[in-house]
Design a protein. Sequence first.
Length: 505
Amino acid sequence: MTTTHDTIPFEQALEKFDPVLGLETHVELGTASKMFCSCPTEFGAAANTQVCPVCLGLPGSMPVVNAMAVESTIRMGLALNCSIAEWCRFARKNYFYPDMPKDYQVSQYDEPLCFDGYLDVTVETDDGPREFRVEIERVHMEEDTGKLTHAGGATGRIHGADYSLVDYNRAGIPLIEIVTKPIEGTGSLAPLVARAYVTELRDLMRGLGVSDVRMEEGSLRCDVNVSLAPPGDPWGTRSETKNVNSLRSVERAVHSEIERQAAVLSSGGRVIQETRHFHEDTGRSTSGRSKEQAEDYRYFPEPDLVPVAPSREWVEELRATLPEPPSVKRARLRAEWGVSDHDFQTLINAGALLLVEETIAAGVDQAAARKWWSGELTRIANDRGLELDSLGVTPDDIKRVEELLAEGSLNDKLARQVFDGVIAGEGTVDEIVASRGLGVVSDDSALLTAIDAALAEQPDVAEKIKGGKVQAAGAIVGAVMKATRGQADAAKVRSLLLERLGVEG
């Protein structure tokens, strides 16, 4: 049997085994109150301040279903091409873990609200785009658990921790689980298909307005199931990597699990059905616990809640509220913006499409919005292993930077420093410009002083310019830019320099 860290190269793994994927995605709804009580759902509130007898499971408390959560779930199911149940009910999923104060979770077991849907996703390959249909098994409602913080250890996990803290603010928040059917036939594209599916799902939920789907805040989380088997053999034993919280990590989790399982099977070992924890720093996972079967949870109908029976008329009314699907929207935006397929795909690959759209809506020129999101900000996100929308830069930040650029108060180099400050949490754009002293030096006397100093150090350059080699001015302009820490307007410096030397530009 191989150890946790033994792997074989990805390409070699795919020569011997076919992967089968399964993705279980949890979406926290953006309702004002919890699933079965009126407690608020604001993210970041002080621990255990958004709780009541119902979400704490105190004796005698009675839950009531959040109607907005049911409506949002139906809209999600319709957007995923699902059938909507005419009658369904909640169940109790029994297990003991300290983040669930009732010792059971109210969920849906064999009677989900939405079922039998699909979502088409596109993956770019060397041979062009390739489409995959991901079939949806079910979309069901449940309540989220609380949050445990393990303190005192080196890993942030319970093993090795000195003590654990529990915050029940999240317990009871409406949580929708979207479960795919097994995804076959992806081969070496399996990691990309998984990422494309979660990306499309996130964009769909955001377009519906049912959730902010912020993976970094836990409102969108993905459990990644992977199994391997030799071509033509029955599916292998699956593992489930829990709570993967970024698009990049979804892709990496599939990639690394294929390499790990292939190593286990190639050495004659047996893959264990278990949950696993993904580690962002290494891109690998470690064993969690053996995976329970449905019977281990002792499901039974929730006696304190009435069944949910949406009328067909209401379902059709909700269908009429659906926005255009992401694929249709992408085609429309590509046509409206008039960008090449390559440039548009670059925006999609960077996860920048919605951010560019929002930035344009904020009043920024389309080309400028694309430049910042697909250029400098994508570079920073990639360097830090982050998603673009978790950098902390907003469309309004870009709008203000563009205003300062238009005024001549900033140049592109200084603007990049402003974004560094925004990402570092140093304040607003204007506050960062002031605190870092990033304004463009536009005072003629100050620029002329810097020009004279540069000419004194390079007198031969001055003679070359006077002799007709105007391109030599670049050396002096560069010296002035260095002296002013990049805060001078290079075009203005060049103009003043040539005027100083009595040379026509």
